[in-house]
Design a binder for this molecule. Structure first.
Ligand code: AMP
Length: 290
């Protein structure tokens, strides 16, 4: 993989890289399309990273569809596909960990899933060494993860520019996710209802305070979501803020049936371009109080 990318770059071609865990959907494909547009060559990786899951069992049941994925990527015009096995990614017991130690990584996803951020930091750093592209593409869908990765790339001097792609949603507002493949009919209703509840909160953000989160949580329960967290946070730190804060985003995670669902909406449309340009600049992600 590394030699392939280096050969393209030696010819003067720019290379974009999209890391994924496969079971590809419209969200992944919007990352791939952006990479294809912005670069001469595009590389994609598919690897289900065990160490970021809560248990081996969880990783085991994660959806996989390699043949279909490979076909979609070929049709889209992707140049390189990296599909490493465990021995390649974690040789010799793999003693080296990567930890991004910030308040950001201890909150919400970090609190609920203790292995998650360390596991992601570890695999993404390995992938960035294996794929020396000019640019690497991540979805705003996993906003907390994205903010961590930006910080890691800055701290460890990775050469790739981090590019951010907005959340891709279906016509009902449900964010594409590999886990949606496991939805039953009722779970789909819950997912659509969840989006409606979040969108209502956002549409009336001028009249909302943190106290309204309780009612919002009750509405989510009514549509069937078993809520793990619901909050309004500053997207750079994930510290709780009032909804009128400049960088406020409404974040939610929970279960629709047996399927975990995670989403967020930016609360101030005028700040959406700011969020995206902030993410596409080279600047640092500021920790608490920064
Ligand atoms: P995953 O395969 O779930 O690890 O996701 C791989 C990349 O695709 C990550 O950067 C995700 O943030 C991104 N992604 C997943 N779902 C979406 C979506 N609905 N819209 C935009 N990006 C997404």
């Amino acid at each position: 993989m590394r030699e392939g990318v280096q050969a393209y770059r030696a010819e003067g071609d720019s290379v974009g890289f999209v890391p994924t865990m496969g079971a590809l959907h419209g969200g992944h494909m919007s990352l791939v399309e952006t990479a294809l547009e912005e670069n001469d060559r595009t590389a994609v990786s598919i690897y289900v990273n065990r160490v970021q899951f809560d248990s081996d069992q969880d990783a085991e049941v994660y959806p996989r569809s390699f043949e279909d994925d490979a076909g979609m990527l070929e049709d889209a015009g992707v140049d390189l596909l990296f599909h490493p096995n465990e021995e390649i990614m974690y040789p010799d017991g793999d003693a080296t960990g990567v930890q991004v130690d910030l308040p950001l990584t201890r909150r919400f996803e970090g609190d609920i899933r203790p292995r998650f951020f360390d596991g992601v930091a570890r695999v993404v750093s390995k992938l960035l060494h294996a794929v020396p592209a000019n640019r690497v593409y991540f979805g705003e869908k996993d906003l907390q993860q994205l903010m961590m990765i930006r910080r890691m790339v800055t701290d460890l001097h990775f050469e790739q520019d981090v590019r951010t792609v907005p959340v891709a949603r279906d016509e009902d507002g449900v964010a594409y996710s590999s886990r949606n493949r496991k939805f039953t009919g009722d779970d789909w209703e819950t997912a659509r209802g969840t989006y409606r509840v979040l969108a209502n909160f956002r549409d009336e953000v001028g009249e909302r305070t943190r106290e309204d989160l309780e009612a919002c949580r009750a509405e989510l329960s009514e549509v069937g979501l078993e809520v793990q967290y619901l909050d309004v946070v500053d997207y750079t730190t994930f510290a709780p803020v009032e909804p009128d804060h400049d960088r406020a985003v409404l974040i939610v995670a929970g279960y629709a049936g047996d399927v975990r669902l995670k989403d967020h909406l930016v609360l101030h449309a005028k700040n959406l371009p700011a969020l995206e340009s902030k993410l596409s600049e080279d600047g640092e992600v500021l920790p608490d109080g920064g």
